[in-house]
Write a protein that binds this ligand. Structure first.
Ligand SMILES: C[S@@+](CC[C@H](N)C(=O)[O-])C[C@H]1O[C@@H](n2cnc3c(N)ncnc32)[C@H](O)[C@@H]1O
Length: 287
C-alpha cells in the first residue's frame, strides 16, 4: 500500500466527493430517524495543505484553492464550504477535512460513523483525531470486508461511502462487485462510490457494469477540468450514487456547471456529466 491521500487532499476529486457528501448528509439529517455513515476507505481525516506532501503536488491549489474568494456560489455548495470553513476556524487555516471528519461533524446524537482505514499511519492519525468522539467507531481492516460486517445497519438507514485508492485498474472491478454485494444486504441504503476520470475506456466499462447490475436508482456524475484526451494524469473525478436524495440531481445540475467553469484548467476546458444509469426518467445531461 503506497497510496497516501495527503498528496491529493483538497484536489478536484475531493471537491466533488466532499461537496456531494455534505449534501447527502444534510439530507439524512433532515429526518429525525438516526443513520449510519460507513466510510470504507476513510483516510487520516484531516490534512495540512501547507504540509510537505500537499505542497509537493500542489493539487489542492486547482481544487479547494480555486473556491476561496468565489462569489455567486450556488446554494448547493454551502453545506460543503460551511464544513471547510468550520474546520479551518477550529483547527487552523491550512487544515482541510477528509470524509470521516466531515461525517463526524454532521452526526446528531444517535447517529453513527464507522470509519475503516487499513494503512497503519492513516489509521493512527484518524484514531487520534476522532477516536474519542461519541458515535464514532474506527476500524483497522479491509474496507470491502467491512461492508459485510456492517450491513444492513440496525438503523436501516444509512450512507455507504466507498472511496478506494485506485492504485490499479482492477479497483473498478472490485468497486462494482462490492456495490452488488452490499446492495444485496442493504438495498435501501444510500451509496456513494468515487472513481477517477483518467482512462475513458475504463470509466465507460465501469459505468456499463453498474448499469447492467440490475440495481435501480443509480445516478452518475462527473466533473473534469481538462479533456481526458490531452493528459496522462487525472482529468477529473466521478461518483456513482445509488438511492440519491430526492432532487439531488437538480441541485447538482446547478453545482456541476459552476464547478466545471470555476475549476477549469483553462477557460472552457472544464466539463461535467449527470446521467441516470438506472431508474427515474433516464435523464441524460452532458456538457
Ligand atoms: C482516497 S483515500 C480516502 C480519502 C477519504 N475517503 C477522504 O475523502 O478524505 C483511500 C484510503 O484507503 C486506504 N486503503 C487502501 N486500501 C484499503 C483497504 N483495503 N481497506 C481500507 N482502507 C484502505 C488508504 O490508506 C487511503 O487512506
Amino acid at each position: 500500500m503506497n497510496y497516501r491521500h495527503d498528496y491529493h487532499a483538497g484536489n478536484v476529486g475531493d471537491v466533488l466527493k466532499h461537496a456531494v457528501l455534505a449534501l447527502v448528509l444534510t439530507h439524512l439529517r433532515a429526518k429525525p430517524k438516526p443513520f449510519l455513515m460507513l466510510d470504507t476507505h476513510a483516510g487520516a481525516g484531516a490534512f495540512d495543505l501547507a504540509g510537505e506532501a500537499a505542497s509537493r503536488t500542489g493539487e489542492w491549489v486547482a481544487g479547494i484553492g480555486r473556491l476561496d474568494g468565489a462569489d455567486a456560489v450556488p446554494d448547493g455548495l454551502h453545506p460543503y464550504l460551511d464544513v471547510v470553513n468550520r474546520v479551518r476556524s477550529e483547527r487552523g487555516a491550512t487544515i482541510y477535512p477528509g470524509s470521516p471528519l466531515i461525517g463526524a461533524g454532521m452526526l446528531r446524537p444517535g447517529d453513527r460513523l464507522v470509519a475503516v482505514e487499513r494503512e497503519p499511519g492513516a489509521h493512527a492519525a484518524l484514531t487520534a483525531l476522532l477516536g474519542r468522539r461519541r458515535g464514532v467507531r474506527i476500524r483497522a481492516e479491509d474496507g470491502y470486508a467491512a461492508l459485510a460486517a456492517s450491513l444492513p445497519p440496525p438503523e436501516r438507514r444509512g450512507l455507504v461511502l466507498i472511496d478506494p485508492p485506485f492504485e490499479d485498474r482492477a479497483e473498478f472491478q472490485a468497486l462494482s462487485l462490492a456495490l452488488r454485494r452490499a446492495h444485496r444486504r442493504f438495498a435501501t441504503g444510500l451509496y456513494m462510490l468515487w472513481y477517477p476520470v483518467k482512462d475513458p475506456g475504463a470509466v465507460e466499462s465501469f459505468r456499463q457494469q453498474i448499469a447492467d447490475s440490475g440495481i435501480p436508482r443509480v445516478l452518475a456524475v462527473e466533473l473534469t477540468t481538462r479533456p481526458t484526451t490531452t493528459v496522462a494524469g487525472m482529468a477529473g473525478a466521478g461518483l456513482i450514487l445509488v438511492n440519491p436524495p430526492w432532487r439531488l440531481d437538480e441541485t447538482l445540475c446547478v453545482v456541476l456547471p459552476w464547478l466545471a467553469e470555476r475549476l477549469a484548467d483553462r477557460p472552457g476546458s472544464g466539463g461535467w456529466r449527470l446521467d441516470w444509469l438506472r431508474g427515474e426518467d433516464n435523464e441524460d445531461q452532458t456538457s
